[in-house]
Ligand binder design. Structure first.
Ligand code: CTP
Length: 435
């Protein structure tokens, strides 16, 4: 068994000083109110695994909201509470947050009625959780600070690196746990226990996952695709027969495996460029998974998964537009062998990063891949040096001609035919002279 001293030593080694100090403060507030306070769940799991996790979840044996309010008043924090659930969030002045839950819930069934008090214990509370590795708690009160509480063999499972449910109905109660099991298995490099895997297979066979709404399904899928190594999670989803919940025709064929590996390669390449162009990495994998779907099927899938309306429109529209533009680029490459930088730029401009990366991975043409790569690394950041004001000085009346002239100048710059501001002005003069 792990001793309190060892847990404290882990805290001192792995947590920022401030976090450890806050944990002590939480315990002291508990002492004052005569409430027992624990750090629980993922935070404890990751502390023992030496993984950075700043999401502190606290459970109070008693009234968690009173606890949160008292703590906040003492330390200048704000509190957001949910009476109905007996939960609160303590928000520090710098935005740092701590989630507080109560093992005892008190709620009103109807206005004016006496509160229904549901008593529970820490053990009951932890028993409701998904996997043993998430059921550890650390006591925070003064005397017992650092005491590890392990009711369900969590420490043993952490040591043997196993994801195990607490009871046979876990996936029936909450089918999203099927995806959580995969996510934790891949992220932590654990193994889903045999019996737990059988329960997953059973839940899939009994069609419990059909009950999951699209929104929840998407949220789980996105979390798997956002992991560092999404291919492992996708592989596991495939072997458990879960890809069909995205679309029945999606299968992990050797071709799809190859496409996903190429996607991973392209995404890693892009991330190493540090371009600071925000993008949704999960979408690139999602587009690859859906590459065999027709436009209609893709739209249907996005709708069923409740992809946010504005994002769905963008994804569907840009996927279609991307297909068209990349096909045009492929034809040009096949025809002339060489494409001018300006052609690359004006073809790809406006396509979202996600769609560009998807096509970069998908295209069979090495030259097209080179074009997209060149667009990201060089062309996309280029601008003409002259501006509208310069055109005005040159006597051009404001109007659509401005855009055309600036694009013309940009083309010359992209193709290495205008290196300076003077070159650009000369070019405009030439064009205007010829008008
Ligand atoms: N939980 C659960 N069933 C779910 C979701 C969550 O039992 N469907 C429990 C888990 O035991 C988890 C806790 O609620 O420890 C908090 O959930 P969450 O923040 O999603 O989990 P973390 O373990 O913190 O995971 P992550 O590291 O991915 O944030």
């Amino acid at each position: 068994q792990v001793k309190s001293r060892e847990v404290e030593a882990l805290m001192n080694k792995h947590l920022p000083k401030r976090t450890t100090a806050i944990l002590h403060d939480l315990g002291r507030t508990g002492d004052q109110l005569d409430l027992t306070v624990y750090a629980v769940g993922g935070f404890v799991r990751d502390l023992l695994l030496d993984i950075q996790n700043m999401d502190i979840d606290v459970t109070v044996d008693g009234d968690g909201i009173l606890f949160a309010e008292t703590f906040a008043a003492q330390f200048g924090c704000r509190v957001k509470s949910h009476q109905k659930f007996g939960t609160a969030v303590i928000v520090f002045p710098d935005g740092f947050k701590i989630d507080v839950a109560s093992t005892r819930l008190e709620y009103y069934v109807s206005p004016g009625a006496l509160p229904t008090v549901e008593r529970s214990s820490l053990k009951m509370d932890l028993y409701r959780r998904d996997f043993t590795v998430n059921t550890l708690a650390i006591a925070l009160n003064g005397e017992s600070f650092g005491k590890l509480i392990d009711y369900f063999g969590a420490y043993r499972d952490l040591q043997s690196r196993v994801i195990r449910v607490l009871h046979n109905l876990s996936f029936v109660e909450d089918p999203t746990r099927v995806f959580r099991a995969i996510r934790f298995e891949q992220r932590l490099n654990f193994k889903i226990a045999k019996h737990t895997e059988d329960l997953i297979k059973n839940a899939v066979k009994m069609e419990f996952l059909e009950k999951l709404g699209g929104r929840r399904l998407l949220s789980e899928l996105v979390q798997i695709l956002r992991e560092k190594e999404p291919l492992k999670g996708i592989g596991r989803m495939a072997s458990l027969g879960l890809l069909r919940f995205i679309h029945p025709s999606i299968e992990l064929t050797p071709a799809m495996q190859g496409a996903l590996e190429e996607t991973r390669y392209v995404v890693s390449w892009f991330d190493l460029l540090y371009l600071e162009r925000p993008y949704e990495r999960w979408s690139v994998y999602f587009l690859t998974l859906c590459e065999g779907l027709s436009e209609e099927q893709f739209l249907g899938t996005c709708t069923r998964l409740a992809v946010a309306e504005h994002y769905k429109e963008r994804l569907v529209e840009m996927r279609k537009e991307g297909e068209r533009l990349i096909a045009a680029l492929e034809r040009k490459v096949a025809g002339s062998g060489k494409v001018e930088n300006s052609e690359i730029y004006f073809t790809l401009r406006g396509l979202p990063v996600e769609v560009l990366l998807y096509h970069m991975a998908k295209s069979r043409s090495a030259e097209v891949k080179r074009c997209i790569s060149l667009y990201f690394t060089k062309l996309d950041g280029m601008h003409p040096q002259i501006r509208g004001e310069d055109l005005k000085e040159l006597g051009v009346a404001p109007g659509p001609l401005y855009r055309e002239l600036l694009d013309l100048v940009l083309s010359a710059r992209l193709n290495g035919k205008a290196a300076s501001r003077e070159d650009e002005i000369r070019l405009v003069r030439e064009v205007l002279g010829g008008v």
